[in-house]
Structures are given as C-alpha cells and as structure tokens.
Design a protein around this ligand. Structure first.
Ligand code: NAD
Length: 300
C-alpha cells in the first residue's frame, strides 16, 4: 500500500478546484506538496490560505515541455524527488467539433492531453531513477466515458487520458509505480472560467466568450462535489491501488447502460477465413493483458 508521509507530490492545476483539494489532503498526510498552476494570483491566494511550510507554488503551463522540466527542477531542488504526480490541470470548452477552430483544438489538447503527457514524460524517468516507487493520478472525467455533441474536443482529450493511463498502469507496475484514472462528475470548481487562462496566441478562430453561458455554468458548478470530498476519495483509491476512481456514484447506472449499448452493437457474423487463428492469438493476448492488470493491482 502506498505510504504518503514524507513523499513529495506535484499537483498540476493545484491552485483551484480538485487540485487544491488534493493539495490539502496530501499536506494532511505529511507530504511535501508542489502546487503547480498557470495562475500566479491563484497560487498566491492558495498559499496564503494554506499557510504551511510544506507547500510551495510553481507557476507553469503544463502544455509546455520545457516549462514542465523547469518546474520539476525547481521543486525537486527544494523538496527532493517527486514520487506522487497528479496530472490534474484541465480546461473546458463547450462547443461542437464542427464549430471549432484549430486553435480550439490546440488549446484544449495542449492542456488536457499534452499536460498529462508532459507530466509523465518529465517525471516518470525521474521516478524510475529514484527507485522509491510512487503513484500517478491522471484526472480524466466522466467525459472520458460519456460523449455528446457539445464537449467534442474535451471528450477527445479525456478518452485519450484514459487510454494513456491504462497503458501506463500496466507498464509502470514493475517499477512499483501505481496509476489511477480519476473520473469525476460535476465538481464545485473554477473550470467554467477556463477562458481566462486561454493564451492570446491560441485565440485565432475562437468564438467570442458567451458570458451568459459562463454564468449558467458557474451556477451548475455551485452544486458540484466539494474538492475536499473528491480528494479524500482519491487518496482512499490510491491506498487500494484502484485503476479507476469513480468519485461520483450518480454515474454508475449510466456506465452500465453504456456498456450494454456497446455489447448490443455486436453481431453474430459467420466465421471468415483466419477466424480460428485469430481466436487463438487473441486468447493468448487476452491472458497477457489480464495478467498485466492483475500485476498492476499489486504494484504498490
Ligand atoms: N469541474 C468539473 O465539473 C470537472 C468534472 C470532471 C473532470 N474535471 C477535470 O478536473 C480537473 C481539474 O479541474 P477543476 O474542475 O478543478 O477546474 P479548476 O478550473 O477549478 O482548476 C483547474 C486549474 O488548472 C489550472 N490550469 C488551467 N490551464 C493550465 C495550464 N495550461 N497549466 C497549468 N495549470 C492550468 C487553472 O488555473 C486552475 O487553477 C480538470 O482536468 C478537469 O477537466 C472537472
């Protein structure tokens, strides 16, 4: 079981929402915590509210490879090797793909997918070299399962974070590094104001911000789950080394419904040439995948 005390954690998007909930929970477990965020004002406000020597702020844009490497150096110089990584920073954009521009893609993919990729590429080699094992939690979303027309790019990134995390969970197990995928539903957070952190160079082709919509979203997020509740569920799941962290029980039936719909799309096609060999090959692959999942369960 992962032990938290004395470890160094790096939490992206740590100055608001789920991130600051994680920061508070990790500090309570005796971790040294780096709160990594693009908003310096939010970092300053959060540091003031926490008033704790075991937390430091580091301003970084997770979509920047160089920025992430520099942030890692800064944090490790002061707090030692990072062995708990929370790739949590994310932004939202509610619009259909056919109404989106390349800069919309670049912004949302940059933060929500390349952010976690950069976190992994920056820290995994360091974690392996340090040899202390560790843990990575990647924040996907229920939008990594439930897709619809309007959050098209967001859906794309969150499905991808799931795929990356499942693969990493298998490959990092031999290094004693656990990987979980956090899939929250509605959270009481600041995400409705994502437009505030959109870089000017990625504004080309952006639709004007619909302030009425942002206000409606702010209202909806008011009854989102409290970040501290989510963070407690995340740490519980890490102790159990659970692959998926479904913080919001209200989605359970919908996931079951969705899987029933997947299975309903299968058809009893007649056997084509090569079917028997494929079945043999897939049986072998299936067992190796299952073995890898079982081994990952015992990684930490
Ligand atoms: N709010 C929800 O209802 C909800 C639901 C499911 C999943 N999520 C996911 O949870 C994660 C956290 O979001 P939240 O709801 O707490 O939102 P939030 O806006 O309250 O917090 C996200 C933080 O990420 C930071 N950030 C944004 N772009 C960044 C960048 N390029 N580099 C570094 N930091 C950056 C923001 O400044 C902010 O402090 C995101 O990945 C989001 O997609 C949120």
């Amino acid at each position: 079981m992962i032990n938290f005390s004395g470890r160094t954690a790096f939490v992206t998007g740590g100055a608001n929402g789920i991130g600051i909930g994680l920061v508070r929970a990790l500090l309570a477990e005796g971790c040294k915590v780096a709160m990594a965020d693009i908003r310096q004002d939010a970092i300053d406000a959060a540091l003031k509210s926490l008033d704790n020597q075991m937390v430091m702020g580091v301003q970084v844009d997770v979509s920047s490879r160089e920025g992430m490497a520099a942030a890692a150096d800064t944090v490790e110089e002061r707090f030692g090797p990072v062995s708990l990584l929370f790739n949590n920073a994310g932004i939202n954009l509610f619009q259909p793909i056919e109404e989106s521009s390349y800069s919309d893609w670049d912004w949302v993919m940059g933060v929500n997918l390349h952010g976690p990729i950069n976190g992994v590429m920056t820290f995994v080699p360091r974690m392996i070299a340090a040899g202390q094992g560790g843990y990575i939690v990647n924040t996907a979303s229920m939008a990594g399962w439930l897709a619809s027309g309007s959050p098209g790019i967001y859906n794309t990134t969150k499905f991808a974070v799931r795929g990356m995390s499942e693969s990493l969970r298998a490959s990092l197990a031999p290094h004693g590094i656990g990987v979980s995928i956090l899939c929250p539903g509605l959270v009481k957070s600041h995400i409705f104001a994502s437009d505030e952190v959109r870089p000017p160079e990625l504004m080309v082709g952006a639709k004007p911000v619909d302030t009425a919509h942002v206000e409606r979203l702010a209202g909806v997020h008011e009854f989102g789950m409290e970040p501290d509740v989510i963070a407690a569920r995340v740490l519980d799941a890490m102790r159990e080394n659970r692959a998926y962290i479904f913080s919001h029980p209200e989605h359970r039936e919908e996931v079951a419904e969705l899987f029933a719909e997947y299975l309903a799309d299968y058809r009893d096609y007649p056997e084509d040439p090569g079917y028997d060999q494929r079945v043999g090959f897939e049986a072998f692959r299936r067992k190796s995948y299952k073995d890898a999942r079982d081994a990952a369960q015992n990684a930490t």
